[in-house]
Structures are given as C-alpha cells and as structure tokens.
Design a protein around this ligand. Structure first.
Ligand SMILES: Nc1nc2c(c(=O)[nH]1)N[C@H]1C(S)=C(S)[C@@H](COP(=O)(O)O)O[C@H]1N2
Ligand SMILES: [Mo]
Length: 252
C-alpha cells in the first residue's frame, strides 16, 4: 500500500535525521536516548497500523456473540429492505472517486473476499470472537478510483440510533483514514460464522476494521463516501459516538 509505505519512509527519515544531528554532540546521551525512544515509538505506531489483528481457531468462536447498539432498526427504508430480503439493497461507493459504484449483494459476494476469525472489543468492556466473510475494501476502492483529495472514508448507515437528537445527528455513521481502509483485514462483511449476516449484527453488510474498537465497525451499511474532511458531517467529529465524546482514533 502506497500510503503506509510513504509513512514508513517518513518515519525512517525522522530516525536518520535525529540520530545524525544528535551524534554530533557527545554530551547529549539522555537526549539521544529520548530521541531514539520517540522515533522507535513513531515507527512502532506506523508498522503496527498495517500489521494484522490476531486471528483465532474455529474452536474459539463465541457461542453467543453479543449484539450491541442498534439491533433491529425501525427506519422505514431499512424495514422495506428486510421485507424484500435485501434484493433492493445497494451499496454506494461515491464521493471523491473517479467511478462511483452501486453494488447489489450478489455483486458484493462476487468480489475478492477474505474470511477471518477475530475478536471484537467493545469499549463497554466485553469481547466476542466471530468468523467474518466479506469483500475486501481495498480492491473495491481501486475499482472506484480514489481521487487524490480523498483522505477518509465515511460509512453511512441505515439506522437511527438517537431519534431525540434535535440537530439532525440521529443516524449512525463512522469514518476511517486510508490506512485502515486499505488494511488487508478490512472487509465489507456479508457473512458471520458461515451464515448470512443476521439483522442484529448489521444485515446485509457491515464493515470489519479489525485494528479498531467495536464502534468503528459500522453495521447496516448503505453508502461509503470518500471525503477530504468529515467536519461537515453530523456534529463534526467523524462518527456517531465520536460526536458524543469517543476518540476518533480507536486503534487496538
Ligand atoms: N450502524 C450501527 N453500527 C454500529 C453500532 C450501531 O449502533 N449502529 N454500534 C457499534 C458498537 S458500539 C459495537 S460494539 C458494534 C456491535 O456490533 P455487534 O452488534 O455485531 O456486536 O457495532 C458498532 N457499529
Ligand atoms: Mo461498542
């Protein structure tokens, strides 16, 4: 992935730059140690962002994977999709792309896919292990062709989670940067534990972003929008829970 490679080269440059400058002065041993600590931490952060999340054997799949947040959206548009067995569902991939896509569930299932058994960690303090199958997001983004200005992906969902919000920030949404978007384990999951994704877990499709906490894994996906900035959406913090105080970067 070009983004991560560029970042990695940036971190290496930082390391060389800092060492060169400090090694000129023999009296700054502690400063040198601190600088190396910093750059090592910076490198670890960068390298870790593209590393895979741990995967588990079948035997460790949770018998009863918890469901959280919306578990049966009552939004009329979504109810109609459920009644039709999601035959009319389309996933839009648009915004700052050269070739906007509109994919049916069948088309999504025909894309390059990945299956992974991972642990889902919710900030509320529970974890469950599940097996997810879905279309890899990276190849789909390449098909759509991100414009150079695109920096984030916004996941727009079908469910209203806060009907009482008076400022219009009612619906669930999330956003990630392009490192997470192109991570090999980032998939548009349409199956869970070998079955079509159940409604309570986000049918017909939810994103899995395995290096992030649970609230980043948007369920009931309707639209993926490439944007330069997310300040104009919701309350401007990049996600439903971010708008209510959670961290935007929820890396694990
Ligand atoms: N659309 C939507 N996506 C969502 C939520 C939600 O309420 N609506 N809740 C989030 C939270 S906090 C968690 S922990 C997970 C829960 O996913 P699960 O129901 O499959 O366990 O979904 C996340 N994605
Ligand atoms: Mo969560």
């Amino acid at each position: 992935m070009t983004v991560s490679r560029r970042l990695l080269l940036g971190a290496t440059g930082l390391l060389l730059g800092a060492c060169d400058r400090l090694s000129m002065n023999p009296g700054v041993q502690r400063g040198l140690a601190a600088a190396e600590g910093l750059t090592r931490r910076a490198q670890r952060l960068v390298v870790n962002r593209t590393a895979l999340a741990q995967e588990f054997p079948e035997a460790q799949i949770s018998r009863d994977f918890r469901a959280n947040g919306s578990i049966g959206p009552s939004d009329p548009e979504y109810r109609a999709l459920v009644r039709g067995g999601f035959a009319d569902w389309r996933l839009a991939i648009d915004g700052l792309v050269e070739r906007p896509l509109s994919l049916s569930l069948a088309e999504l299932r025909a894309q390059p896919s990945r299956t992974q058994i991972t642990r889902h960690d919710c900030v509320e303090g529970w974890s469950s292990i599940g097996k997810w199958t879905g279309a890899r997001l990276g190849p789909l983004l390449d098909r759509a062709g991100l414009k150079p200005e695109a920096r984030y992906l916004v996941f727009h969902c079908a469910d209203t989670l806060d009907p009482n919000a008076t400022d219009g920030a009612n619906k669930y949404y999330e956003s990630v940067d392009l490192i997470d978007a192109y991570h090999p384990q980032t998939i548009l999951a349409y199956a869970m534990n070998g079955q079509p994704l159940p409604v309570k877990h986000g049918a017909p499709c939810r994103v899995r972003i395995e290096r992030q906490l649970g609230y980043k894994h948007a369920k009931y996906l309707m639209r993926i929008e490439a944007v330069a900035d997310y300040a104009h959406l919701g309350r401007g913090k990049g996600g439903f829970w971010e708008d209510r105080g959670y961290e935007w970067y929820a890396g694990i």
